[in-house]
Design a binder for this molecule. Sequence first.
Ligand code: 13P
Ligand code: SF4
Length: 332
Amino acid sequence: MRRVEKLHMEKGYVEHPIDGSLNVLEEIDRMRKEKNAVILAHYYQESEIQDIADFVGDSLDLSRKAASTDADIIVFAGVHFMAETAKILSPAKRVLLPDLMAGCSLADSCPPEDFAAFREKYPGHTVVSYVNTTAEIKALTDIVCTSANAVPIINSLPENEKIIFAPDRNLGNYINSLTGRNMVIWDGACHVHEEFSLERILELKAAHPDAKIIAHPECEKPVRIVADHIGSTSSLLRFTQEDSGNTYIVATESGILHQMKLARPEKHFIAAPPKDSTCACNDCKYMKLITVNKIYNTLKFEQPEITMDKSLMKQAEGSIRRMLEISNKLGL
Ligand code: 13P
Ligand code: SF4
């Protein structure tokens, strides 16, 4: 059973029906003011959720917001590891996740017991883990990173440092190729980014020869090779704003297209298609579990709440703080 399913069952959260006559958006607004709550949303959320959020960002910026907000309640429109990170950084606040089943296939691909045994095989190695991991993995980690700061964080370590990188093999291989390091890489992956079809991307490129291909580093190597720009969600967004081009084939979760279109409505954005599917886009089924109605219920009933063992939070905090310290020092 997946970890989030276990948590969901343990908490016994029930869904509450919503009165159809309610103006849910107005109610969300009223409750967030009344309860001094803040809604943080990841770029992969549905457009309507991004539009009501107090802050929309990538996983690095969201962790910074969670650490600095003076709200009493954080409603996390994102996935479990993001809400967990927010709770670890703001333990005195109540952190709510509108659906506890919103997990992450990448975090699931790195079970703590297996990773602890893997780490034992490489004594003297510094462990750098992607933020897309459970708190238990962060507790076994020296420095956390996100896709926005992974390369500079690795570059900030001495050249002869022995490094284990977890859990994403694609991001790990990408970092090795850019930095010339030889990190030992955990064999994990994300179900969305591994699914993009190179063949279908190249067909799109043939139909739109002026289009630039932009890709998240969690994509497989063949997709990264044909990409004109590779970067985190915030980097891809920035690229489409600053670049002189007009059309982009976007190889990451399709939620990001909303901010791209808002910032540059005159440009044309095409969601890269997955393999073996008639669908034109690629959605993260966990991100898309969050809905406006669930956010309403979460604010109303103040659940489901993220809770963790205090000692686990303490053990996991150090590696996240280290990431924030290095990122601040490097001006990222
Ligand atoms: P970012 O670090 O770019 O926000 O990406 C998070 C994520 O889940 C990628 O799949
Ligand atoms: Fe996890 Fe992939 Fe979804 Fe990102 S897109 S939250 S890595 S499953």
